[in-house]
Design a protein around this ligand. Structure first.
Ligand SMILES: NC(=O)c1ccc[n+]([C@@H]2O[C@H](COP(=O)([O-])OP(=O)(O)OC[C@H]3O[C@@H](n4cnc5c(N)ncnc54)[C@H](OP(=O)(O)O)[C@@H]3O)[C@@H](O)[C@H]2O)c1
Length: 264
């Protein structure tokens, strides 16, 4: 069912963005959500992505930040957009000022200690997950190791928590991918029951490829970018039977955009 924007004056979704009861899983319930152009790009080729959401549909992102235990991005998004990832809903809409645990997948600990995430560590917790020591740099490269240890010390001094986990076996040395199963396990052990994954492209692709997305919420903008940064990269799908299949729960207009909620 598609609702008209006149129904949205209360700025509340007609159907809920999260299930009323989270299913029992041995990992957090994962919601992938991003804003994209009608032709599937999350940014222009120069990385410009502000804003593909409409002023109205930006509320969806804010509601998810309030209602999920944690929000996660890749370090590529931190370096490109310098986000704070805080819930900025008004006190009327977020009376307890709930803030999610803000998580960054950052194998080499490249998040700048003067990033907006670090600067706002007093407003809500931040967790940077990197690779186990033996995985990230050659032990022979002493200077690089020392450099990285210094970055970690600076991050910790900025009030950020650090964790390390294993990388996927097919990771290239130039682009390390943390094992998502290990990441989800780690978050589960920290009491995270719902996880909102905001992007970017590499991270969205990893979650879909690993079949660990329970819900996808697309914020569709009625514009075309052509060649930009695609939301989803190669999933290795050759036959339609191998595609990642979801079912529509709802589609609502939020201003100019359509928010499409789908579930596995
Ligand atoms: N429109 C939207 O809603 C939206 C939302 C978010 C971002 N964006 C856009 O997306 C762009 C950034 O996307 P991106 O693809 O460059 O970066 P990204 O997905 O944010 O981060 C990718 C990086 O995360 C690290 N990583 C660690 N484990 C990973 C894993 N299992 N899978 C994937 N990555 C993992 C890797 O770096 P290391 O090896 O160094 O750890 C990897 O290079 C920006 O232009 C931003 O504006 C748009």
């Amino acid at each position: 069912m598609v609702y008209q924007s006149t129904d949205l004056e209360t700025r509340k979704p007609k159907s809920s963005l999260l299930p009323s009861k989270l299913p029992a899983l041995n990992r957090p319930y994962v919601v992938l959500s991003w804003a994209q152009s009608a032709d599937g790009q999350i940014a222009t080729r120069t990385g410009d992505s502000k804003y593909l959401s409409s002023p109205e549909s930006l509320q969806v992102q804010q509601i998810l930040r309030r209602d999920c235990d944690a929000v996660l991005v890749g370090v590529g998004t931190v370096l490109a957009d310098d986000p704070r990832l805080l819930c900025r809903l008004s006190p009327a809409e977020n009376p307890e000022n709930r803030q999610p645990l803000r998580v960054v997948l950052d194998a080499r600990f490249q998040t700048p200690s003067d990033s907006s995430l670090c600067k706002t560590s007093g407003e809500g917790p931040v967790l940077i997950i990197g690779a186990m020591k033996q995985n990230d740099l050659s032990p022979d490269d002493k200077a690089a190791q020392q450099d990285k240890e210094k970055r970690i010390r600076n991050l910790m001094a900025a009030g950020v928590s650090i964790a390390r986990t294993v990388i996927e076996q097919d990771s290239l040395p130039s682009r390390l991918k943390l094992s998502l199963h290990a990441v989800l396990d780690l978050l589960s052990h920290r009491g995270i029951r719902s996880l909102f994954v905001e992007g970017g492209s590499a991270v969205i692709t990893s979650f879909l490829k690993n079949n660990v997305a329970d819900r996808v919420i697309l914020d569709l903008s009625p514009r075309f970018i052509g060649q930009g940064i695609p939301a989803v990269r190669d999933l290795g799908v050759l036959a339609l039977t191998e595609s990642r299949r979801f079912h529509t729960i709802s589609a609502e207009t939020w201003g100019e955009n359509v928010v499409w909620v789908m579930e596995k």
